[in-house]
Design a protein around this ligand. Structure first.
Ligand code: ATP
Ligand code: MG
Length: 449
């Protein structure tokens, strides 16, 4: 992308109404534009990051065996009356009436819709296990929308729903999602700790929230430092539906959740102190980016979602639901990775992987080298951002750092006279002079790796 052709409305001023760094930076970099409280337009830079996150979430859901669908944002109230949630949900639900006086609502979640799909199309236990997910906009009329996209009213969620014949099956569906989540968050460049969560009236131990550690998080967190040291990406996990794979998943999940980790909602100080040696106790704050939950027949019972079992008798299906806050993740990643100069994108979600900075647009030699670099980097799939404008070098460096371009290739007339360009690393700030050939070779090698 040539910056002269791009829409990147960056601003120097710190927005007055933004309290936390991710919100400030998302506004300053022109990633989003607030439309009204908790409702945003996503501008090109922000949308690019959102879509990269979405793609990684989708890949890991697919790998786990979940199947993508797309459910409506506008849902009929009747389904929610069946489940008993229409009145119970309260003021967070946006209720709408159509021209025929029918009650609709903007979906805050989709248990009812997916259960209705299931009961219409699935007849036999042989069609199980089944996990359907979608990545769709949700609306919750939050009392206090704040922190930008972190607590919006309209937000993008990945929500998956599992259907199983019995509790053992549901437990395995849960384990699959648990492991897929660890992998997803690590691929996004995040450390997300799975923490035991309240299961409410359902009971049991099958609810976890995944929290990204950040001082601005809304939850207090207490956990064992073993979570700081674990490499989930290296985990060898099979999502096959055979006994050996199921046993391995169960063993892996129970090994991970053995270590203490809980949010302030259910934290047990006595247990924390008894189970975790003092030097391994970690406390702080965290942002909830995911939540997985087994709830048995909570929806299948009132909505009569049954399959015929092996003996021909009808059985209510056991369900679980699994959410990831896709748009919240954009903010969470920035909270976890920034410095005084701006955003430091993890490589996997960086909107542009490489920047090309021309120190003198219009200089024939500089233009020619920038153009050559831009073409080569584009062909290598690095999606470069080429600052071909005639702004001052200082302003160009500031923008590249602000929007967090991980590697920057700086081309100026003085360097070229000596046969070199500069390669700058956004995270460390280190700069190195090398020949254009070796700079390009290094960057394109990285793309292949
Ligand atoms: P919270 O306690 O933060 O309100 P929740 O328990 O209501 O979250 P879920 O219903 O489990 O959230 O939704 C799944 C995921 O959707 C959450 O883990 C979170 O990442 C995201 N999410 C929930 N509410 C919002 C919101 N208002 N804005 C952005 N993301 C949200
Ligand atoms: Mg909520």
């Amino acid at each position: 992308m040539r910056l002269s052709r791009y829409f990147l409305p960056v601003s120097k001023e710190t927005p007055a109404n933004a309290e936390i760094v991710s919100h400030k930076l998302m506004l300053r970099t022109g990633m989003i534009k607030q439309h009204s409280a908790g409702i945003y337009s996503w501008l090109p830079l922000g949308l690019k990051v959102l879509q990269k996150i979405e793609a990684i979430v989708r890949e890991e859901q697919n790998r786990s065996g979940a199947l993508e669908v797309l459910m409506p944002t506008m849902q009929g109230a009747d389904l929610w009356r069946e489940s008993g949630r229409y009145d119970a949900y309260g003021a967070e639900m946006l209720r709408i009436t159509d021209r025929h006086e029918r009650d609709l609502l903007f979906g805050p979640t989709a248990e009812e819709v997916v259960t209705d799909i299931f009961r219409n199309h699935v007849r036999s236990y042989k069609e199980l296990p089944l996990n359907l997910y979608n990545i769709q906009w949700k609306f919750r009329d939050e009392v206090r929308p704040r922190f930008g996209v972190m607590r919006g009213r309209e937000f993008l969620m990945k929500d998956a729903y599992s259907f199983d014949l019995d509790e053992a099956g549901a437990r395995d569906a849960y384990n699959k999602m648990f492991l897929a989540y660890l992998k997803t968050f690590q691929r996004l460049g995040l450390q997300a700790v799975p923490m035991r969560a309240d299961t409410g009236p359902i009971g049991g131990d099958l609810s976890h929230e995944f929290l990204v550690l950040a001082p601005t998080g809304e939850s207090g967190v207490f956990y064992d430092a073993v979570y700081d040291e674990t490499d989930w990406a290296g985990m060898d996990i099979s999502f096959d539906n055979n006994d050996a794979a199921r046993a391995k998943r169960a063993e892996t999940v129970s090994r991970i959740v053995k270590a203490y980790a809980a949010t302030d909602e259910i934290h047990d100080e006595a247990r924390f102190n008894a189970e975790v040696p003092a030097e391994r106790r970690r406390t702080g704050r965290g942002i909830e980016v995911g939540h997985i939950f087994f709830f048995g027949t909570k929806y299948s019972a009132p909505m009569n979602a049954k399959v015929s079992g092996p003996d021909g008798k009808d059985i209510l299906v056991q369900m679980g639901s699994y959410g990831i806050g896709v748009s919240r993740l954009v903010g969470a990643i920035i909270e976890a990775s920034h410095d005084e100069n701006g955003i430091i994108w993890p490589e996997a979600v960086a909107p542009f992987k490489v920047g090309v900075v021309s120190l003198r647009a219009g200089d024939e030699a500089v233009d020619q080298v920038c153009e050559q670099a831009y073409q080569a980097l584009s062909q290598a799939g690095l999606d470069p951002l080429y600052d071909d404008t005639s702004d001052r070098p200082g302003a160009k460096f500031a923008t590249m750092d602000l929007i967090g371009v991980p590697t920057q290739l700086i081309v100026g007339p003085k360097g070229l006279a000596n046969g070199v360009v500069e390669v700058k690393d956004r995270k460390s700030g280190s700069r190195e002079e090398v020949s254009l050939e070796s700079a390009l070779a290094r960057l394109t090698d990285k793309a292949k790796a």
